[in-house]
Design a binder for this molecule. Structure first.
Ligand code: A2P
Length: 339
């Protein structure tokens, strides 16, 4: 038996990845309804060797839909999420619209699958890409030695900002190589051969100087882990990478956790690929390796010279897959078991 599944934002970077993931994982689908803005209505997308026709996102389009995967931005999620839920669909939304709502679970299936069934609004939120890969790597260590404080610096790929952002990076790179002036169209400055923090500023006075992206990592870590005592100190940076986020992580635990114990926990952790190569130049997880892969790559596990309760790690994941589309589809796989 299959289900009626909608993908809202199907023409976008994550939406396309959702279609690919549904296809690859052989998700039981009787009818697929790809939706986007009215601009894209009538356009075609490949799915299971055929072409499917995109429809405009309207209340009527959700009739009969049982599972609706959203990746169309927060405004569309706020408008159409409740409409889809009222029409009977379980909504899994990739935007930030519902993540802070106490009635919407925020789920990483490897970390808190038990929250999937607790959805009074019929809406489940998919976390931020950087938080997902961080917690897939840290949850097994937290279960063993209880996390106290995470210092994380991100190296985030341009695909996380959408399809148009990747095109901007490519165009800037071509202009740079040709010796022409760089004219950013999506980024707030030069992205090629440069680093940028390109997220909006946080607005709360106690978070002065932080970006919204950084605050998401703080809030979402506590909510997903179900532990308000875990402190997070993030710095988020965009790097001129097409796809695949990297993170430098300093994790402080409640007890001594040796490198060997951490490795043995991560070796059997769901969703983790432990990179055990001894460090050498170029021998470590890289975005070009993790891109296109489902696993979160964890490597360079090192003791901290100053603190026996802390470890340093390097964590790399495909932000469009595990950071977005795959995580949402995994949630949907749990959901359909109970429909
Ligand atoms: P469209 O392609 O018609 O603009 P990305 O994150 O790569 O920029 O993609 C965003 C996705 O969200 C696209 O599929 C886009 O459709 C869709 N989208 C944007 N705004 C809306 C809206 N108001 N209603 C439905 N879909 C939307």
């Amino acid at each position: 038996m299959g289900f009626v599944v909608a993908v809202v934002g199907a023409t976008g970077a994550v939406g396309r990845e959702m279609l690919k993931t549904l296809e690859e994982r052989n998700f039981p689908i009787d009818r697929l309804v790809p939706m986007a803005s009215p601009r894209s209505a009538g356009s075609k997308l490949p799915f299971r060797g055929q072409e499917v026709t995109v429809v405009a996102t309207t209340p009527e389009a959700f009739k009969g839909v049982q599972v609706a995967l959203f990746s169309a931005g927060a405004a569309a999620a706020r408008e159409f999420g409740p409409i889809a839920a009222a029409a009977g669909a379980v909504v899994i939304d990739n935007s930030s619209a519902w993540r802070t709502d106490a009635d919407c679970p925020l789920v990483v299936p490897e970390v808190n699958p038990e929250m999937i069934g607790m959805r009074p609004k019929g809406i489940i939120a998919n976390p931020n890409c950087s938080t997902i890969q961080l917690l897939v790597a840290l949850k097994p260590l937290h279960d063993a030695a209880k996390l106290r404080h995470i210092v994380v610096s991100t190296y985030q790929a341009t695909s996380g900002k959408g399809h148009a952002a990747v095109e901007d990076l490519k165009q800037q790179t071509r202009a740079w190589a040709a010796g022409e002036a760089i004219k950013p169209t999506v980024f707030p400055g030069q992205m090629a051969f440069n680093l940028l923090s390109d997220w909006k500023a946080a607005t709360t006075p106690e978070a002065e100087g932080y970006s919204e992206e950084e605050l998401k990592m703080v809030f979402e870590t506590k909510k997903i882990m179900g532990d308000q005592s875990i402190e997070v100190s993030p710095t988020c940076v965009r790097v001129p990478v097409v796809n695949g986020h990297s993170e430098s992580v300093h994790a402080k635990f409640s007890r001594h956790l040796s490198v060997d114990e951490a490795k043995s926990l991560l070796r059997k952790a769901p969703g983790v690929l432990l990179d055990e190569r001894p460090y050498a130049p170029g021998q470590h997880p890289q975005p070009i390796e993790a891109s296109g892969r489902d696993e979160v790559f964890v490597g360079r596990i090192r003791r901290d010279f100053a603190d026996p309760h802390a470890l340093n790690l390097w964590v790399v994941g495909d932000n469009l897959r595990k950071g977005a589309a795959l995580n949402a589809v995994q949630i949907a796989e749990h959901v359909i078991r109970t429909l």
